[in-house]
Design a protein. Structure first.
Length: 122
């Protein structure tokens, strides 16, 4: 895993293979801020190819299940927009978190894969 941002007690992690595959077509940046003991994390997704489908951000409380078990994540979905979208997560505890962004083109709210497990959607 690679830490892409560490701010005020939150580390944002991306798996190396997810970093290569996902960030080849979208850009991801994250910022965090604390209000009391809870953090707010905003993930900006840019480089979106089309308005078709939705952009999803799956946020994991740590490495367990990351990145291929979305049932273990808090998910945020919104319509795809080539101008970019922001996924906002509130009430996070201090610590390491992992995020897996995806562009779900066909509307099934998952990242489809080929027969060997490589994503067929951005």
């Amino acid at each position: 895993m690679k830490t892409i941002q560490k701010t005020q007690g939150i580390s944002l992690l991306l798996a190396k293979h997810v970093l290569r595959i996902v960030l080849a077509s979208v850009g991801v940046t994250g910022t965090s801020a604390y209000a009391g003991n809870a953090a707010v994390l905003e993930i900006s997704v840019t480089g979106i190819a089309s308005r078709k489908g939705e952009i999803g951000c799956a946020l994991y409380a740590g490495p367990e299940g990351f990145p291929m078990q979305p049932a273990k994540a808090t998910q945020h979905w919104q319509p795809a927009n080539p101008a970019g979208v922001t996924c906002r997560f509130e009430g996070l505890a201090r610590g390491s978190h992992a995020v897996a962004p995806s562009h779900d083109v066909n509307g099934n709210r998952r990242t489809d894969t080929d027969f060997i497990g490589l994503p067929t959607e951005a």
